[in-house]
Design a protein around this ligand. Structure first.
Ligand SMILES: [Zn+2]
Length: 342
């Protein structure tokens, strides 16, 4: 990466209204069959162009081809019965009806590899691709087969590794694992969660990242945040082990969050994607606000390891708001770049 402070997003961007209901998470597709296949690819092109017009350095597919950041991946696997549903508590926070693991989980075919190759053909810019992390995957399922969270996570890590190797071969530069569950199950993260992630990145030579956030700006998450007190110290429990891990980059929620910035010192040496855009608010940050967050982070991250980013995905936001936030991120990063150069 030649640019200092290269910008990117945590992952999802709003979908066009002809593809899915806007401002709604996990909205069902509006198209079917070949129209849906074509529509997803058109949306991917639009998402790419919007990132590039806004000046984002490391681009993504905006998750235009998936409905849900975990479920869409699991839908492609064997051993999971989507008809057999159970209600479970997700991340200790809200109840959801989820599919059941009924036998050994297997990856019978590539999941996102064709989409990734398609994106690669559209641009020469560095590309980041997001996959769900093993711990977050098991937390979105009912397990009637392995009856062990650790065992199932390990199986998913093996499957994710197969997918990740093929994504790398398709030209992906950074593979990111989304692990919001890392902010909840600290003991498990340290016992086997980070080890499972390391299994998922085995043999990769591209950059690897883990995204650990406080979730989309939906009510269950904002209500949960209200219970976390004046300082959010969740990262503190897992950073020491994460620092020793083979994961290269860590994506964090820093804008309008109550995470004490000095916690980042605990992962000194890692590349840090600093969330400088709040995805739970429709208020577009000013470039000065973004710059302030980045400057604050620079006290604990070396400049060559700081990657300005969004707190989380922007799928539920109105499109014009998401576009405005991308532009603010670029402009804020540019302010700090100039200061560093001076
Ligand atoms: Zn997130």
């Amino acid at each position: 990466m030649n640019t200092l402070l290269p910008t990117s997003t945590a992952g999802s961007l709003p979908k066009p209204s002809w593809l899915a209901q806007p401002e709604k998470l996990w909205s069902p597709w509006k198209l079917h069959g070949q129209e849906l296949i074509d529509g997803k690819r058109d949306a991917l092109r639009v998402a790419l162009m919007e990132q590039q017009l806004a000046g984002i350095d490391i681009v993504s597919d905006g998750e235009q081809t998936r409905q849900h950041f975990v479920t869409t991946f699991i839908e492609h696997l064997g051993g999971v019965d989507f008809e057999k549903r159970e209600t479970v508590r997700i991340r200790d926070r809200y109840d959801a009806s989820v599919p059941t693991v009924v036998g050994p989980v297997t990856r019978e075919k590539p999941v996102f590899v064709e989409d990734a190759a398609f994106l690669r053909r559209q641009t020469k810019a560095p590309i980041k691709w997001a996959l769900p992390g093993p711990m977050t995957m098991i937390d979105t399922l009912y397990d009637a087969h392995y009856k062990s969270r650790e065992k199932l996570a390990w199986e998913f890590a093996t499957i994710l590794n197969q997918e990740a190797r093929e994504l790398e071969a398709a030209g992906i530069d950074i593979i990111q694992f989304d692990e919001p569950a890392f902010n909840v199950f600290f003991d498990e993260v340290n016992d086997w969660g980070i080890a499972a992630l390391e299994r998922a990145i085995e043999g990769l030579s591209c950059d690897t990242a883990v995204h650990i956030c406080y979730g989309y700006g939906i009510k269950a998450n904002t209500d949960w945040k209200k219970t976390l007190g004046s300082e959010w110290r969740q990262y503190e429990a897992i950073f020491p082990r994460l620092r020793e891990s083979g994961i290269g980059m860590i994506s964090l929620e820093c804008q309008n969050s109550r995470v004490p910035m000095d916690l980042i010192e605990l992962v000194r040496g890692k590349k840090v994607m600093v969330g400088a855009i709040d995805v739970a608010s429709e208020i577009i940050e000013s470039p000065a606000e973004v710059a302030k967050t980045l400057r604050n982070a620079l006290r604990f991250v070396d400049a060559d390891k700081l990657f300005p980013c969004t707190n989380c995905g922007m799928a539920p936001l109105p499109r014009h708001v998401a576009r405005g936030k991308l532009e603010a991120l670029t402009a804020g990063a540019e302010i700090v770049r100039r200061e560093l150069a001076a």
